[in-house]
Design a binder for this molecule. Structure first.
Ligand SMILES: NC(=O)c1ccc[n+]([C@@H]2O[C@H](COP(=O)([O-])OP(=O)(O)OC[C@H]3O[C@@H](n4cnc5c(N)ncnc54)[C@H](O)[C@@H]3O)[C@@H](O)[C@H]2O)c1
Length: 372
């Protein structure tokens, strides 16, 4: 059961025990938890390990878990550069009850450190988001994708087996469906149909299989979540949504492959965070689509963003030939997540874009050195 965790003196804790330097490894240790009145023997809160905690989805998830009162330890191999560095500086602030480790889940020395902390934390669950995402690069460097995503996942599964951590939420992707000719519209996990078309998706499907094997061999409880095009504040600068906002805000033209009619099931970050948390409940082994269920052409996204940023102007386009890696559509049948997890997307595309634009405009200056 998930319950609130009440701490002693937040102010005193904040002043004395949150150490801002996230590069150094531990920012938090068990003595400090003792000081705060945390009792490792009672299960009145959840202790959750979040991998990829400084990424787009990881950072938003951590923030929500902390706000809900859970004990959170986050790990990420990149705590300084790009959007991860930006998030450390600008998105977290001095939040209590959070421990960040700078470590790589494919590095054996780092894994030994992680094992030490498993002794102390007695984790209830892992939300495993750490991966190298992205379709195009995976074709030029498939080895990197499989080494990182598959070995990283195997190491996390082994850690869970060794320390008896009972619950895993695993981040998978809509890309496991046929990227060109998905025969089911909307895409449904209930059909069992999958046909990844590139190494990134292949690495994720292999991870899904590993998770199932650990469920069957070691009774690990697993929720596999297949996310569909996640967008929102503090998003990924390599993805279409944030790039469009930046381009329009800066009065630049929109780089578009093809005619923009490709449809994406854009899913707002806070809805994805909700899904991550709802998926913590015990369910055996299940796969869930996490998508809004309401796809839009890329051009709709551009129009909404233009309307929000500057309704008196029109977007201009920098057109490129269609890219054969672009799926013509993604569209989630999300009925299984609704039925079993009690999850439903709450944010319309227009409302999500409004929030994203507001965030971008507030942070425009701080984002100036980020590579898009
Ligand atoms: N954003 C989306 O639309 C989307 C869609 C489908 C699936 N996903 C999946 O969701 C997860 C999170 O995606 P995101 O958009 O937040 O990506 P992201 O790149 O922002 O976050 C991933 C994080 O994992 C970290 N990481 C990667 N390899 C690591 C390793 N070996 N050890 C420790 N940390 C490591 C990275 O440094 C990064 O901070 C990924 O697994 C991704 O494949 C995302």
């Amino acid at each position: 059961m998930i319950q609130k965790f009440t701490r002693g003196n937040d102010e005193e804790y904040n002043q004395n025990y949150f150490m801002g330097n996230m590069d150094t490894g531990w920012v938090f240790n068990t003595q400090l938890l003792d000081f705060m009145g945390y009792d490792f023997n009672t299960r009145d809160i959840m202790n959750i390990l979040v991998t990829g905690c400084l990424g787009f989805i990881g950072s938003a998830t951590v923030k929500r878990l902390i706000a809900d009162g859970h004990g959170v330890m986050g790990i990420d191999k990149n705590t300084t550069t790009g959007m991860n560095g930006f998030r450390v500086e600008n998105e977290f602030g001095e939040i209590p009850n959070y421990c960040l480790w700078n470590l790589d889940i494919t590095d054996s020395n780092d894994l030994m450190d992680l094992e030490d902390s498993c002794q102390d934390w007695d984790f209830d669950a892992v939300i495993h988001l750490a991966a190298i995402p992205g379709v195009r690069d995976s074709i030029s460097d498939p080895v990197k994708y499989y080494q990182n995503n598959l070995m990283g996942t195997l190491n996390i599964l082994e850690l869970m087996r060794k320390f008896g951590i009972p619950k895993l939420v695993f981040a998978s992707t809509s890309s496991v469906y046929d990227w060109q000719n998905a025969p089911y519209k909307p895409m449904s996990e209930r059909t069992g149909y999958v046909k990844p078309g590139h190494p990134y998706a292949g690495s994720k499907l292999a991870c899904e299989n590993l998770c199932r094997i650990y469920h069957e061999l070691h009774s690990l409880d697993v929720s596999v979540l297949r996310y569909f095009t996640v967008y929102g504040p503090a998003g990924r600068p390599d993805m279409f949504p944030l790039r469009v906002v930046k381009w329009i805000d800066g009065q630049n033209s929109i780089h578009l492959n093809g005619d923009g009619s490709q449809e994406r099931d854009f899913t707002f970050i806070e809805d994805v965070v909700d899904a991550n948390i709802k998926a913590l409940k015990p369910i055996g082994f299940e796969v869930f689509n996490i998508g809004s269920g309401n796809p839009h052409p890329l051009l709709d996204f551009v129009d909404y963003a233009q309307e929000t940023i500057n309704p008196d102007d029109f977007p201009t386009y920098n057109l490129h030939p269609p890219n054969n890696l672009d799926a013509p559509f993604t569209w989630a049948d999300n009925s299984k997540a609704r039925d079993i997890l009690g999850w439903k997307p709450e944010t319309t595309l227009q409302a999500g874009i409004d929030k994203m634009v507001a965030w971008y405009q507030e942070n425009r200056k701080a984002l100036k050195d980020i590579k898009f």
